[in-house]
Design a protein around this ligand. Structure first.
Ligand code: PLP
Length: 376
């Protein structure tokens, strides 16, 4: 059967464009997840993930069936004990998600928010740590709703000095920029496949520290899928705890071999910075449009653009449809953020995802279309 669906090139912030070679690998043979064929895929996958993360050797990588949220939920269920406070830092919608996960899992959670478009302010973080004395702190490496990247190394230093464990959501940056796990020594760093790794969605990925493994022993009601201690015996044998998506595993094998051994990790990270700079100069050249995030906290994998006075969030959705006719999927901004901005009389933002396997030629072609269609 031919695909009944249109070929759209995705410039949203995930899922992202999947290369033809990776689509092709989806046709490789299925396999048994407790058979020797499993290890042929998952041993290189897990070793390449550790390599890409530049994670210390004493960390364990876990592949969860699910998505990034599955790994985030597991971090809370495994690492926040009864009676302890978890402090959820939020610079946007995905920081809010970490807090929601803590609340719905019955954890004693305190949310600490920063202005949309800004990063974690270290002085305010220091005060919050002194006031709430958390045992665990959650933070977002790259906030996809606002396009802010946080200085996780500096934040984790304060968190650790205050005697707490750090749980990091690295979902929209992992694979496009260093994860800095060896610098932060965070307890758990969670990510997923469908963003800067350039794969379809389907696995949550986590890097877990030895301190986290020891701490989990003291936490009750960890669940099963969400228990890092149930996952680790399988993960250390290069397996998943439950039946994996074989199609995605084959694609992940192919893509990680490509990233690590063909494109090269440093080149991949540099390409992301070059694409970010290209988008910034494009926006600088558009009259009435401006970058939403101040210099110093601008994400390497996505950019948020504040529109001129004449453009509303509703208009951005119309623009999306015009761009669809040209074969591209435009991102009209994170809905709740634009609602909140318009409510206070501020101008909404749209987003350009420049992550994963999008290359400079693809990006330049897309920016040409945007220039034609975006109202002056
Ligand atoms: C920063 C961030 N955290 C968490 C999530 C949720 O990830 P998933 O959809 O893989 O569960 C997303 C998805 O957009 C994200 O961008």
């Amino acid at each position: 059967m031919q695909s009944p669906f249109p070929e759209l090139q995705l410039f949203i912030t995930g899922p992202t464009y999947v290369r033809p070679e990776v689509r092709q690998a989806g046709m490789w043979p299925e396999f048994g997840h407790r058979d020797s064929e499993n290890r042929k895929r998952f041993e290189p996958i897990m070793k390449n993930l550790m390599n890409l993360a530049q994670a210390p050797e004493d960390y364990q990588v876990i592949i969860f069936n699910g998505s990034g949220t599955t790994a985030m939920e597991a971090s809370l269920r495994s690492l926040v004990a009864d009676g302890e406070t978890v402090l959820n830092l939020s610079v946007g919608a995905f920081g809010d998600l970490y807090h929601k996960l803590a609340v719905v899992n019955g954890k004693q959670a305190v949310q600490f928010k920063f202005e949309p478009g800004t990063c974690i302010d270290l002085n305010r973080l220091q005060n919050a740590l002194s006031e709430h004395k958390p045992a665990v702190v959650t933070l977002t490496h790259n906030e996809t709703s606002t396009g802010v990247v946080n200085d996780i190394e500096a934040a984790c230093k304060l968190i650790h000095d205050a005697g707490a464990l750090a749980l990091i959501d690295g979902i929209s940056i992992f694979g496009g920029s260093p994860s800095d796990i060896s610098k932060t020594r965070c307890a758990m760093y969670s990510t997923s496949t469908q963003k800067s790794l350039g794969l379809p969605a389907g696995f949550g990925i986590a890097f877990v520290s030895p301190e986290a493994m020891a701490k989990a022993e003291k936490v009750t009601n960890r669940g099963l899928i969400s228990d890092i201690l149930s996952q680790i015996p399988r993960a250390s044998k290069f397996q998943t705890l439950t039946t994996p998506n074989c199609t995605l595993a084959n694609q992940m094998y192919a893509q990680l071999e490509y990233i690590v051994n063909q494109e090269g990790i440093e080149k991949r990270f540099s390409r992301h910075l070059e694409m970010r700079d290209e988008v910034h100069s494009f926006v600088d050249g558009l009259s009435g449009y401006e970058l939403f995030v101040p210099e110093g906290s601008r994400s390497p994998t996505l950019t948020t653009v504040r529109v001129p006075e004449s453009i509303t969030a509703a208009k951005l959705k119309e623009i999306k449809e015009k761009i669809r006719e040209r074969g591209y999927l435009f991102d009209p901004g994170y809905g709740k953020l634009n609602d909140a901005l318009e409510q206070i009389g501020a101008r909404p933002v749209f987003r350009i995802g420049h992550m994963g396997d999008i290359n400079m030629d693809m990006l330049s072609n897309y920016l040409k279309i945007l220039k034609e269609i975006l109202p002056a």
